[in-house]
Design a binder for this molecule. Structure first.
Ligand code: HEC
Length: 141
């Protein structure tokens, strides 16, 4: 088969494949990319604390904040008394420590405040005193 026929055959295969795709597929894609840009793509835009948790934190700290032991040690956030100190949690999110990278460059002050509030009020934690975005701002290096 020569090159020209080969590319016509490929184009035909691609056209047939496109016709066979389920009709909802393209709309579904457009919707999900509008809603939730996922780590490590840049720009979380308007993502709220819970979305930030699911996109960034739960990969290491697990969906219920239970932590994990494996190639590394990922402390549980569930029932963790250190979460009583909101600025400590915010500093961890901004700057990281040891095996945890910092996310201060990816998240704005409101998002840091929200994800901190999220982990401090979920997973059995009950610390309703929330940081304001201005508090986060003052904690940035
Ligand atoms: C790449 C894995 C990873 C990601 C992603 C991650 N962490 Fe961590 N986190 C760790 C590790 C490892 C530690 C322990 C660091 C240390 O030894 O100081 C830690 C520690 C913490 C601590 C301190 C716990 C303690 O007992 O002192 C908090 C709070 C925390 N992470 C919150 C978060 C939040 C909130 C997010 C999402 C914004 C997040 N982490 C994302 C790996 C991660």
């Amino acid at each position: 088969m020569n090159l020209r026929n080969g590319s016509i055959a490929l184009a035909a295969v691609a056209a047939i494949a496109a016709l066979m795709l389920p009709p909802g597929l393209f709309e579904a894609r457009a919707q999900s990319s509008d809603a939730t840009p996922l780590y490590p793509q840049s720009g979380f835009g308007a993502a709220s604390g819970v979305v930030v948790y699911q996109a960034i934190c739960q990969g290491c700290h697990m969906p219920a904040g239970e932590g994990a032991l494996g190639a590394g040690e990922y402390p549980a956030l569930a029932g963790n008394p250190k979460l009583a100190a909101a600025p400590y949690v915010a500093m961890m999110v901004l700057d990281g420590h040891a095996g945890m990278p910092g996310f201060g460059h990816m998240l704005d002050d409101r998002q840091v405040a929200e994800v901190v509030a999220y982990v401090r009020t979920h997973f059995g934690n009950d610390y309703p005193d929330a940081l304001a975005p201005e508090d986060v701002k003052s904690l940035r290096q």
